[in-house]
Design a protein around this ligand. Structure first.
Ligand SMILES: Nc1ncnc2c1ncn2[C@@H]1O[C@H](COP(=O)(O)OP(=O)(O)OP(=O)(O)O)[C@@H](O)[C@H]1O
Ligand SMILES: [Mg+2]
Length: 498
């Protein structure tokens, strides 16, 4: 052993090789304090973190934005090549680097106030500098969502920042939105965050069971099910066995809401007939339900109520109403998660359920009747669309703009960023963006995500499944991460057709 160390130390050739190992290149040309260029003398990739010594600031972190191959191949030389002639080609690789900064003595992220030196070495950044400058602490109080792409550095988001300032998870279909949202939810559950998850496809109930993560995974993730702190509710317990019934009192139902749910046109005569009947019921007794309303309508001899009665009977058969209604303090329990499984619930009924539920959550939170919590909305474009107003549009706008004051955080998950109300989307200060290719969605992301560069928009279109760009959530700048595997069972696995 001793002999080996001695040889290593005494071999000058090896020492030189070690010193050069991390060398990316040397700065040249006009040198600024926010961007630099260098030749590339060792293989390096776009996105790589590098470090440069600055005359006064010391070691500063940067990142390679672009690598270009500069050549002397002119059009004339290209023509000679196409004629099969021998042409000598000279080429140099040039790297363009943007400066991220350094931490000053107070720990603040700073960019040097004066330029770097030309002729300075650009080295691959060491992990300690990356962690320090990007503020990536090994922090058990954060939400561990993955590792910095290409590095063994865990990335954790600040849980309070996610919950208070709202979250969006944006990606085209099949890119891993639900999988990644599941990772965030697992972290929130481990940190006792109270949650309600609006789940149109019934994908999240599987989180009750441990997943089948590869035991030798690089992320230190172990299988874990969360059944002990999860409860599932559904307006359709027969379609979603194991879920508790979610229903509402019929009292205070407005004529317009009823017509919406029955898919009936909101004509003056329909509205008047319903309003007259409901206000009579209101005056008559405490509790009333759809059968009481039907009875009254049957007595209406002036108008033909047969189609309205048929629709009301149909609505009654859906079991959405009960004398008591599901209690909100049963759905929202401190440190617990409730899945609202809307699988099998028709879209117009989903609109009603989501509106009633979210309005109740907001009102109760305002009066501090339920604990501070986070509301997740999958397929959010269906609940707060950019075009057209639906039942739940207004409550989503209210929660997005006022929820923070009252300890009600919002997480929007959508495959169509452009189709979500941009007033709601722009209130989400933490973003997890997976692959997006639709130009309208990319524009919507660009305009609602702070600090996103043109380069990143390019990157978003090429992200493979499992990689995400994360911004906000306490990070000093947007980062590309490898999403960690799920601890719990993933309910969104694609179904093979053959
Ligand atoms: N980080 C990951 N690691 C491993 N598998 C993943 C990862 N992300 C996604 N997947 C897999 O990719 C597939 C699609 O993921 P997911 O269902 O989350 O996509 P989605 O964006 O929610 O799609 P949809 O728009 O259809 O809801 C699933 O089979 C999922 O298991
Ligand atoms: Mg999904």
């Amino acid at each position: 052993m001793d002999g080996m160390c001695l040889t290593e130390m005494e071999d000058p050739a090896e020492e030189v090789q070690e010193a050069e190992e991390g060398l990316v290149g040397i700065t040249f040309g006009d040198v600024g304090s926010t961007s630099l260029q260098c030749n590339i003398c060792n293989p390096a990739d776009k996105g790589e973190y590098v470090m440069i010594d600055h005359p006064t600031a010391g070691l500063v972190l940067g990142q390679i934005d672009q690598i270009e191959r500069k050549t002397n191949v002119s059009i004339e030389k290209a023509m000679e090549l196409s004629e099969g002639k021998d042409v000598e080609i000279e080429e140099t690789m040039v790297g363009h680097i943007h400066v991220i900064g350094y931490r000053d003595s107070r720990g603040l992220l700073k960019i040097p106030g004066n330029p770097f030196r030309a002729g300075e070495k650009i080295l691959l950044a060491d992990e300690k500098l990356i962690r320090d400058v990007l503020g990536l602490k090994n922090d058990s109080t954060g939400a561990y969502i993955g590792k910095l792409q290409g590095h063994d550095i865990p990335v954790s988001l600040n849980i309070n920042s996610i919950a208070q300032k709202h979250l969006s998870v944006l990606a085209k279909t099949g890119s891993g939105k639900s999988y990644t949202t599941g990772v965030v939810i697992e972290e929130m559950m481990k940190h006792d965050v109270t949650m309600v998850i609006l789940d149109p496809h019934g994908e999240y109930s599987s989180m009750a069971r441990p997943g089948n993560v590869d035991p030798s995974n690089d992320f230190d993730v172990k299988p874990h099910g969360f059944g002990d702190i999860m409860t599932e509710f559904s307006p359709n317990p027969e379609i979603n066995p194991g879920s508790r019934p979610l229903n509402f009192t019929f009292k205070n139902m407005r004529a317009i809401e009823l017509l919406d749910m029955m898919g009936m046109s909101k004509t003056k005569s329909n509205k008047t007939a319903l309003e007259a009947a409901t206000s009579r019921l209101e005056a008559l007794k405490g509790y009333y339900g759809i059968p009481d309303l039907i009875q009254l309508l049957k007595k209406n001899e002036e108008d033909d109520m047969s189609s309205m009665i048929r629709n009301l009977e149909d609505l009654d058969s859906k079991g959405l109403f009960s004398p008591e209604g599901t209690r909100m303090d049963e759905i929202v329990q401190k440190g617990k998660t409730s899945i609202v499984n809307l699988k099998g619930t028709p879209p117009d009924v989903q609109g009603f359920v989501v509106n009633r539920l979210c309005t109740a959550l907001f009102e109760l939170r305002k009066r501090n009747k339920i604990p501070p919590m986070m509301l997740f909305a999958e397929e959010a474009h269906n609940f707060c669309p950019q075009q057209g107003k639906i039942e739940s549009s207004e409550i989503f706008q209210t929660i997005a703009s006022e929820g923070r004051k009252f300890g009600l955080g919002l997480a929007l998950i959508t495959q169509r960023a452009a189709k979500v109300d941009k007033n709601v989307l722009s209130q989400c200060n933490t973003q997890i963006i997976l692959k997006v290719t639709n130009p309208n969605d990319l524009r919507a992301i660009e305009s609602s995500v702070e600090g996103i560069t043109k380069d990143m928009t390019e990157e978003i279109q090429r992200l493979p499944v499992g990689e995400a760009i994360v911004s906000g959530g306490g990070l000093s700048e947007p980062l590309i991460i490898d999403v960690r595997p799920r601890e719990s069972q993933d309910g969104g696995e694609s179904i093979k057709v053959v």
